[in-house]
Ligand binder design. Structure first.
Ligand code: SAM
Length: 376
């Protein structure tokens, strides 16, 4: 089986890789904060299944160094002593694995003494073999500890959905996975790599992808998302799109979770990234596109809340929960950027607010009925 790609052992970092790393580290900062203080989980895993050589040719760090440093430099790391963080870095290519080992040795040498609750495992297996080994190591009746799985291959091979499903079975597992859109777009109806695609999607519906002018791109994106949701039972999924130099969709990264708070944190990480730079986020709200570009542009959210809660008086917390679970926006956008302008415009009021335009917990928010705001 070829390990093949045409790149050297260490390659130049493309611009969208920086965006991917920014999201990864911003999100993991929040994830470590949650699990570091958790009373329910003594052990968590960060699995980097396609870890790469540990650095790029300009010496910029690769994902293993970034994820490790995000934990070690976390401002609350000193409070995380009761949680063991188990990092698994896997790279199949021998020369890249050797590079990764050198890079990780440097990280360890730079921190003496190495914290006892941070364990690093280095493996050089094919990802499928690694995943089966991890699953095989779980004692009967037990599950894998909460795991953040970063699955970042170059292409579409060796990431069968059935294996991913077993790996992320624990309710607290999360997945951040690369999807090779370009290859599926080119070969979905060609028949030459069907076994790989059938494994990738966990079905063969990709063969029904329509022509480009009939929504091929959206069909392929939505099919993969639907399969992640259906097979792995993820409640929340968001994606970001990497654009090629020619302006076409090259690939996507999908983030998948079952946890409302995690979904909120990931959306926040995506909104915080500066727009441009060869990638794009978008989502839909009430059928209309929302581009993650200007955090302050909450017009579509204001309209959605006015419509959804029309005629009701609800607590601030209920509004927030709706925003987190049902919209592309995040909780940090609710108070100042959404409810405040709505109150200033007379679109909401409150019977128990101490100070206008402020929304502490328990604040009741009155949304006029649709007929009332249509008349005004
Ligand atoms: C996109 S790169 C990883 C980049 C790295 N995650 C980062 O962000 O810095 C993909 C890596 O997966 C390795 N690889 C390819 N096929 C593999 C497989 N089946 N199992 C494990 N690693 C594989 C490649 O050698 C390459 O280094």
């Amino acid at each position: 089986m070829p390990k093949g790609d045409s790149l050297p052992t260490v390659w130049e970092r493309p611009p969208h890789t920086k965006a991917k790393h920014d999201i990864l580290t911003r999100y993991l900062g929040a994830w470590f904060g949650i699990f570091g203080r958790s009373r329910y989980h003594q052990r968590v895993n960060v699995l980097d299944g396609f870890a790469g050589p540990g650095r790029y040719d300009d010496n910029e760090p690769g994902s293993p160094v970034l994820t490790l440093n995000t934990l070690l430099e976390h401002r609350s790391f000193a409070d995380f002593g009761d949680t063991t963080f188990n990092f698994i870095f896997n790279e199949w290519n021998g020369q890249r694995f050797a590079s990764l080992q050198r890079v990780l040795a440097d990280v360890k040498a730079s921190r003496v003494p190495w914290p006892k609750n941070v364990q690093v495992m280095e493996r050089d297996l094919n990802f499928q073999e690694l995943a089966r080994e991890l699953l095989g190591s779980i004692p009967a009746g037990k599950q894998l500890a909460p795991t953040f799985a970063f699955i970042d291959p170059f292409g579409y091979r060796d990431v069968p959905l059935a294996l991913i499903r077993d790996l992320v079975d624990h309710p607290s597992c999360e997945l951040f996975i690369y999807f090779d859109f370009n290859s599926v777009n080119r070969f979905a109806n060609a028949g030459n790599v069907d076994p790989h695609f059938t494994a990738l999607f966990g079905c063969d519906e990709y063969k029904n992808a329509p022509a480009s002018d009939a929504g091929r791109g959206q069909f392929i994106h939505d099919l993969y998302e639907r399969q992640l949701r259906r097979e792995c039972e993820f409640a929340h999924i968001c994606s970001f799109e990497m654009i090629t130099k020619n302006g076409h969709t090259g690939s996507y990264l999908f983030f998948c979770t079952r946890d409302d708070q995690a979904y909120d944190k990931m959306k926040e990480a995506m909104w915080k990234l500066a727009p441009g730079g060869g990638y794009r986020f978008d989502d839909r709200l009430a059928g209309a596109p929302v581009l993650f570009e200007d955090e302050a542009n909450t017009g579509p959210l204001q309209d959605e809340l006015a419509q959804h809660f029309a005629g009701q008086t609800v607590k601030f917390e209920d509004v927030c929960q709706y925003v987190i679970t049902e919209t592309p926006f995040h909780s940090g956008q609710v108070k100042k950027l959404t409810l405040k302008p709505m109150q200033e415009a007379g679109r909401i009021s409150s019977p128990n607010q101490r100070r206008k335009n402020t929304f502490p917990k328990g604040t009741l928010i009155e949304f006029p009925s649709v007929t009332a705001w249509r008349r005004s």
